[in-house]
Design a protein around this ligand. Sequence first.
Ligand code: PA5
Length: 406
Amino acid sequence: MKFIDNYVQKFVQEDYKNFESEIFRIDKLLKNKTCVGNNMLGWQDLNVNFKKIKNVAENINSNSDCILIIGIGGSYLGAKMAIDFLNPVNKNKIYFIGHNLDSEHLNNILNKIQDRKIHAIIISKSGNTIEIKATLDIIFNFIRKKNKQNLHKCFTVVTGKNGFLRNFAEINNWQILDIPDNIGGRFSVLTNVGLLPIAISGADIEKIISGAKEIKKNIENSSNSNYNYCYKYAIIRNALYKKKFMIELFSSFSSRMISFIEWLKQLFGESEGKDNKGLFPTSVFFSTDLHSLGQFIQEGSKILFETIFFVKNLKLDLKLSDKFENYDNYKSFNEINRKIFESVVLAHHDGKVPCNIMEIEEFSELELGRLIYFFEFSCALSALMLGVNPFNQPGVEVYKKIMLNK
Ligand code: PA5
């Protein structure tokens, strides 16, 4: 993984120096655990009980051929992005539900899986989220009709200390995995929340953690010398925000990156968007959006900057026929995609759109772990620079209070 700032430098040149003491101050607060929200820094520890997770995953896999993951927000986005990124062997037997209340969506899935051997994993830190409780109600009855005996073996719960879900699981004698108190939903992918579904999918969770630990070590070792990538990225985001670039547009050229970017949108949006502050994170997928939003990006209002993801080494590359080669001189999809990526960076930069580039080596567990820790740490730094608490989400509660007439 390589963060490249060549196409953003001219917009923030002075800022690296101006923000220097501030970034070191904030980095220290984070590392000494003295920043605002310091009771929610458990994601930095990367403590994982691999044996336990692997045992539970193996058991679930050997007793079922269809896994329903019921979760919303930080309780499903991390697992979904990791599974889409890695494309592991069991991917197609996993369905994510509970993140919307569209009856048709759920009904279509239930029709598809009615003859399968189902295991449901319900993930919710609070254990009280209404979308999750409602979906569980439907799934509980659906599975109960099919499995009169050993019903309790069809459910696993991943939850916090208290809440409806824990009580319900205890009453029904379901297996329970804990979510630590000091890790919030959007920072929880490297805990039981994300790692259990990822292990079930067949991906190597130890390698993911190794990648994360490698970046953590790099950050710790480089903080007093040159800027590390996290510092640069956090400074760029804050400097551009001050210059009225209010939108961060995450773009990618590989469909496996789409869920990763959805995870990023939650990570940054929920961590920074408060106290009437924050960059608005959004996304495009290229080439698709080059032929729609591309016009706005190139020549529209100068309110956005890009963070562009490009994956260097892909296993599959569709080759073109000799005839096409003669016309255009390109030999394969990947060759054209790479050329489009390079041209887009030059064009958008020329159109006064600052462009960060994140070059990804390949779709591997190690690389994924590196990316996850890089973005979690950068997000915490960036939100603290902005002057907000990265780890709460008071705005999410407002609609819930209205629903309950509170
Ligand atoms: O990041 C967060 O804390 C939120 O997005 C939560 O993950 C989301 O609201 C789901 O909450 P819970 O896990 O309590 O069901």
